[in-house]
Design a protein around this ligand. Structure first.
Ligand code: NAD
Length: 253
């Protein structure tokens, strides 16, 4: 046997970077076959290559998680080419920071489309085929400590993540009888590309710099990297428990 997840098929969305990539690699290191998605083919393919380097089978797909039809097509392709996944990690997400009063409807739509609808689409596409297969399974959704820790610049982002918590709790209760576990993971601040990609709404350049500097200091002190979240995700899948590796640093800002 090649590891704790030998002969398991894992799907990880948004796996071209950060937590998603490390999660794909952690499952591969434990023998799982892994299918990854991202918005760009090159980043997804790079992760797939790293998975193959570990001796596992990998698939890479370009899928926008916020596009429901694309996600449905993707799920059908995975089923046809690899089989029904045992584990689905709805990880794709974007950052957005700023004051509620400066957040426009378009800003809200963007963050809700990816962070909430992306998870809804992923669960809608994969949960029915897992249930139909009747061999159980695990769904892991990336929420955030921002779901429950107040921050004056994470209202919109935190709202999407609190919704992911509620979605996960409800679906977990609904699918328990089918042996399908649903877990929300709530990391604190993790050093990934998300900080650089985060859009700041109504935060001036000085304040933005101050926030970014404060964050990097914390990263340096805690060295809280995406591999740690990946470990938590594997542990949660094994024990089917909700994990909250959140840190007090999540209160920064
Ligand atoms: P990251 O930016 O390093 O990686 C996110 C990946 O998702 C990127 O490769 C990006 O291209 C992809 N992505 C974005 N929108 C997508 C879409 N519509 N469809 C498909 N892929 C898409 O960020 P990360 O820190 O690894 O974040 C992963 C998840 O963890 C996110 O849901 C994020 O909200 C959550 N999270 C991150 C932190 C943190 O501090 N980094 C904390 C708590 C929760």
């Amino acid at each position: 046997e090649r590891g704790r997840f030998a002969h398991r098929l894992v799907v990880v969305t948004g796996a071209g970077s950060g937590i998603g990539r490390e999660t794909a690699l952690a499952f591969a290191a434990e023998g799982a076959d892994v299918v990854v998605t991202d918005l760009t083919a090159d980043t997804a393919e790079e992760t797939a290559k790293l998975v193959r380097d570990k001796g596992s089978t990998a698939g890479a797909y370009t899928v926008d998680s916020s596009d429901g039809e694309a996600v449905t097509r993707f799920a059908e392709q995975v089923r046809d080419e690899f089989g029904v996944p045992d584990i689905v990690v709805n990880n794709a997400g974007i950052g957005m920071s700023g004051s509620f009063l400066d957040t426009t409807v378009e800003d809200w739509e963007k963050v809700v489309d990816v962070n909430l609808w992306g998870v809804i689409h992923g669960c809608r596409a994969f949960a029915p085929m897992m249930k139909e297969r009747a061999e159980g399974g695990q769904i892991v959704n990336l929420a955030s400590a921002a779901a429950y820790l107040p921050s004056k610049i994470l209202t919109a982002y935190g709202t999407t993540k609190a919704a992911v918590l509620a979605l996960s709790n409800g679906l977990r209760a609904e699918l328990a009888a089918d042996g399908i576990g649903v877990t929300a993971i709530c990391p604190g601040i993790v050093n990934t590309n998300i900080t650089g990609a985060t859009r700041f709404v109504g935060v001036d350049a000085d304040e933005q710099q101050r926030l970014q500097k404060a964050s990097s200091k914390l990263y340096a002190r805690r060295n809280f990297g995406p591999e740690k979240v990946a470990r938590d995700i594997l542990r949660a899948v094994e024990r089917n428990i909700a994990v909250q590796p959140s840190t007090p640093e999540a209160k920064v800002a």
